[in-house]
Design a protein around this ligand. Structure first.
Ligand code: ATP
Ligand code: MG
Length: 573
């Protein structure tokens, strides 16, 4: 491709709206342009990159035995009513009516549609296992679209769905996808980890997420120094504490104390001269339609996904001071479980607390001598708090560390959730009707483009991993008005193309400085330059974007040398 003919609008300035580096560089490099919040156009270079990622995903899915299909983006609401998700999906599902007043939605995911296909087309165990996938645009009306391609409202996903006759087959399908995901993210040149993930309130199922390690990641990963344990912090289990020594302490009487202006655990603890571990932290949440209280020890945090699972709720949201006052007439900062007219969910650690401090549900007062069971009852108790770095590893007892990650893939054992709700059955070998056992497997194809950049950049721009770079080589002609140079550059361009090298030919009438800057910004792995040294010594400069290493080549050997470099780089992956 000739640069001069390409829509490739690079800019020098960092756009103010872009908070993370991938978003900044994708805008500056002319890869994408915003249409509206979380909705982007892929310009030619962006689309090429997206297609590179898609091609890897497609190849590995096909290799794993999955079959590509393409399902509609507009879905009938009826199917979602059948699965029960029309009620439960929440405002991320963009709903609308067609001219016949029929409910419709834009597909945020395709379990309903694919289950509908399966119930029509899969009748016998002989047709199983089956894995169907697509690479397609999804729409989710995200509350906070941000970071460009990272969290869009419209984005490209690969979603696959497996159908099996029994649990053993379903486990094999899952394992095949796990292995395919490993290959996909390795081939994309990403530094990633597979972690145990939350699978929501669907009992008996399990799931794993694939996380690209990057500081800007919105997920926290819990990793172990001593074993291979890796989990999303939402999932990382904190074991129930052994009965602590304080449990045998004698119980003090409940007494109210004045704590004017002391609204935070730390300040209440200091004021009353106790440790934060002696304070019961009471947080108020809206769980679906119900307001509930969540209790953890003062030095701990509530993990909202665990809260959601303990309640079996679809959505939980923390309430603000104003919302709490409006709904309950209780002053935030002074709320506690004693005489609280709400359902109480407590971390198991709280049940072992003795003579604790908790809010008295009156402005400026707390209770001391608070004891669970005696002074308040707990409706649900369990693993509610977020694991901390100083907790011990749930798998081996070793020491933990945290890292930030970007979720690029999620594999999920669904079981019969959708096949039962939508009556997708097959005949087993004994002629019995059985529900299909399903799995679903997502990859954020467009998110990978952003995640790869979060991991691969420097102060001058992007450093694409070779397999997903929009071009493998950028060829700079530094003297487009010089006949000799241009003749040489043109012929090298031809030769590279004939050799099957993907090359962007910068033939623009621009200063060398801006050509070098753009080449660095775009992150193309190899740069070839024809300039003064070619005129003087007949040499072409080859520079590697990542290492900055340069070498000199004779024109006649350049195409073959570059081709060999690329081949050996691919072989090393
Ligand atoms: P997240 O927790 O980031 O919202 P999710 O759990 O909702 O993701 P899935 O339903 O598992 O996501 O979707 C499969 C994949 O699609 C995710 O692993 C992610 O890579 C990608 N994805 C999800 N939401 C978005 C989005 N808003 N923008 C871009 N990619 C997304
Ligand atoms: Mg997920």
């Amino acid at each position: 491709m000739r640069y001069s003919q390409m829509l490739l609008p690079t800019t020098r300035e960092t756009p103010a709206e872009a908070e993370v580096i991938s978003h900044q560089l994708l805008l500056r490099g002319g890869f994408i342009r915003k249409l509206s919040a979380g909705v982007y156009t892929f310009l030619p270079l962006g689309l090429l990159t997206l297609q590179k990622v898609s091609a890897i995903v497609r190849e590995e899915m096909n290799r794993a035995g999955a079959q590509e299909i393409l399902m509609p983006m507009v879905q009938p609401g009826d199917l979602w009513m059948e699965s029960g998700r029309w009620q439960h999906y929440g405002p991320e599902l963009l709903r609308f009516r067609d001219r016949n007043e029929r409910d419709c939605c834009l597909g945020p995911t395709h379990e309903e549609v694919v289950t509908d296909i399966a119930r029509r087309e899969l009748q016998s165990y002989r047709q199983l296992p089956m894995n169907l996938y697509q690479i397609q645009t999804k729409y989710r009306d995200e509350i906070r679209p941000r970071f460009g391609l990272m969290r869009g409202r419209e984005f490209v996903m690969k979603d696959a769905y497996s159908f099996d006759a029994d649990d053993e087959g379903a486990a094999q399908s899952y394992e095949r996808m796990r292995a395919a995901y490993d290959r996909i993210f390795t081939r994309c040149g990403l530094d990633f980890r597979m972690v145990e993930a939350d699978s929501g309130s669907i009992g008996g199922s399990y799931s794993h997420e694939f996380m690209v390690l990057a500081e800007t990641g919105e997920d926290t990963l819990v990793l172990c120094h001593d074993c291979s344990y890796a989990a999303n912090v939402e999932k990382a289990v904190v074991k129930a504490p052994a009965q602590s020594p304080v449990a045998t302490q004698s119980l003090e009487e409940l007494r109210k104390v004045e704590t004017p202006g002391q609204k935070r655990v730390k300040s209440v603890a200091e004021f009353l001269q106790v440790s934060p571990q002696q304070v019961i932290k009471t947080m108020i949440y809206l769980a679906d339609e119900e307001i509930v209280a969540a209790l953890v020890r003062g030095d701990r945090e509530v993990q909202t996904v665990k809260l959601k699972n303990l309640l079996g709720a679809t959505e939980v949201q923390i309430l603000t001071e104003d919302q709490i006052w409006a709904a309950l007439r209780l002053p935030m900062g002074y709320i506690g479980p004693v005489n609280l007219p709400l359902r109480v969910v407590a971390d198991h650690e709280v049940l072992a607390m003795r003579n604790a401090v908790a809010g008295a549900n009156e402005k400026g007062s707390h209770y001391q001598g608070v004891n669970p069971e005696r002074d308040f009852s707990v409706q649900i108790s369990g693993d509610l708090r977020e694991i901390a770095e100083d907790d011990s590893c749930p798998a081996c007892g070793g020491s933990l560390y945290f890292k930030e990650g970007i979720e690029v893939g999620h594999i999920f054992k669904l079981g019969t959730k959708y096949s039962e709700a939508m009556e997708a059955t097959f005949q087993d070998s004994d002629g019995q009707e059985q529900p299909l056992i399903m799995g679903c497997y997502g990859i954020g194809v467009s998110r990978i483009v952003a995640a790869a950049i979060e991991q691969n950049y420097d102060e001058n721009g992007i450093i694409f991993p070779l397999p997903i770079a929009p071009f493998q080589v950028i060829l700079l002609n530094l003297g487009p008005n010089d006949e000799e140079l241009t003749r040489a550059a043109d012929s090298l361009y031809q030769e590279l193309q004939t050799a099957g090298v993907e090359v962007l030919y910068d033939d623009r009438d621009e200063r060398p400085g801006s050509k070098f800057n753009d080449a660095d910004l775009l992150g193309i792995p190899y740069r070839l330059t024809l300039g003064r040294t070619f005129k003087q010594k007949g040499e072409v400069e080859l520079r590697e974007r990542r290492s900055g290493a340069t070498s000199s080549l004779l024109l006649a050997e350049t195409a073959a040398a570059v081709q060999a470099r690329i081949a050996s780089a691919f072989a090393a992956l």
